[in-house]
Ligand binder design. Structure first.
Ligand SMILES: Nc1ncnc2c1ncn2[C@@H]1O[C@H](COP(=O)(O)OP(=O)(O)O)[C@@H](O)[C@H]1O
Ligand SMILES: [Mg+2]
Length: 363
């Protein structure tokens, strides 16, 4: 039977535009023999808007200027009923009942568990990790602590909460130079700086605290940036490894999304096969430790000395057809439309399983 799938995209994060590109690619590729679509765009003010497929984006071909169209109809959400889940505010029209949401909101509020929690209250299955896995992976401090506890290597780091400080001399003695300063919960390299001296340290802290109340100071790792795609629930599979070869100081926002001449993606990564297998194995372990389900992309540094260090885990990675996550699956034998299908099936399976769990004490 055809499934009713809602694509939710946009959002209030700095990755709004990337999300629109991901949505466009998914809408174009999704198999209409298996599903029909409802399009829900969240604008930069946070309104949930329903769009018709023929008019949901402006400047769709221009990554720098892509935006939601003006034609969205404001939605109201109704949790806790078996009736309508979404109603158009102005007309009272009910949106079709949704079997599963495919969230394509990158960064905070889409990837941090809050959307997942809202969908759970609405009793709608959701592609990707659930509340806990999403929240854990959004916070680089929590992610690293859990990985470290599981014996998985991460870059040595320190954490500053707003109001705390540590002077440059002691932090550079502890972590060495260069070091990286980053907000705990951002993505797309927003607020990330490479620090080499005292002046750049002060500027880096100021920038990172503009984006978050918690900031990570990390030892700079000299290594190749290798990424793996993981897919599945209890028996996840892992793709081949890919490598991001940045020509810049580091893999910065404009490199990722605007100025694609600056970074090269190599799939598969040019690693010795046994080392690549080790990386893939660590990706699977991290996926389990962090409570991921559905999908996640695990990002590593691999050093000259063959150390395998996890940098971060993205639970809703970029999903444009040229993004790393789908490309890794393509190289592993799963096409973009097949991948979308698979993710929807995994979300439905997980929801089915959750529904089967006992929720009350039977006397
Ligand atoms: N500890 C580190 N050592 C070396 N490079 C780093 C380190 N942390 C971040 N970088 C560089 O900065 C980029 C962005 O940092 P990352 O933590 O991945 O942030 P985001 O979540 O925004 O992608 C990385 O892809 C890498 O190039
Ligand atoms: Mg990253």
């Amino acid at each position: 039977m055809k499934k009713s799938v809602a694509i939710v995209f946009g959002g209030q994060s700095s990755e709004h535009e990337v999300s629109l590109q991901s949505a466009r690619n998914v809408v174009n590729a999704i198999d209409r023999n298996h599903c029909y679509l409802t399009l829900i765009g969240i604008d930069k003010q946070g309104h949930w808007l329903r769009f018709d497929e023929r008019d949901y984006l402006q400047n769709a071909d221009d990554p720098a200027h892509i935006k939601l169209s003006e034609s969205g109809r404001l939605l109201s959400l109704i949790p806790g009923t078996k009736g309508p889940q979404f109603v158009e505010v102005d007309t009272g029209l009910e949106a079709p009942r949704i079997d599963v949401v495919f969230p394509l909101i990158h960064g905070s509020s889409g990837e941090d568990g809050s959307l997942q929690g809202l969908l759970r209250l609405l009793d709608i299955p959701c592609v990707g990790p659930d509340v806990l896995g999403s929240a854990v992976c959004m916070d680089k401090d929590v992610t690293k602590r859990l990985l470290r506890d599981a014996g998985i290597a991460v870059a040595p780091f320190a954490v500053l909460h707003r109001g705390e400080s540590v002077d440059f001399v002691s932090v550079s003695a502890q972590l060495g130079l260069p070091l990286f300063v980053k907000p705990a919960s951002q993505g797309s390299s927003v607020g990330v700086s490479k620090v080499t001296d005292e002046a750049s340290y002060a500027a880096a802290l100021k920038l990172a605290f503009d984006y978050d109340n918690k900031v990570l100071l990390e030892q700079g790792i000299v290594g190749r940036e290798v990424e793996c795609a993981v897919l599945g629930n209890h028996e996840p599979q892992v793709s081949v490894c890919g490598e991001v070869v940045a020509n810049d100081e580091f893999y910065a926002y404009d490199t990722k999304y605007l100025n694609d001449g600056q970074a090269r993606i190599a799939i598969p990564a040019e690693l010795p096969p046994d080392l690549a297998d080790e990386v893939r194995e660590v990706a699977l372990r991290a996926y389990r430790v962090l409570g991921c389900a559905g999908l996640s992309r695990v990002d590593f540094f691999v050093t000259e000395a063959r150390e395998i260090i996890i940098n971060e885990v993205n639970t809703l990675p970029g999903f444009t057809s040229i993004s790393m996550y789908p490309k890794l699956w393509q190289a592993s034998g799963l096409s973009y439309p097949q991948l979308i299908d698979r993710l929807i099936v995994l979300a439905l399976e997980r929801a089915e399983e959750m529904r089967g769990l006992k929720t009350e004490v039977v006397l």
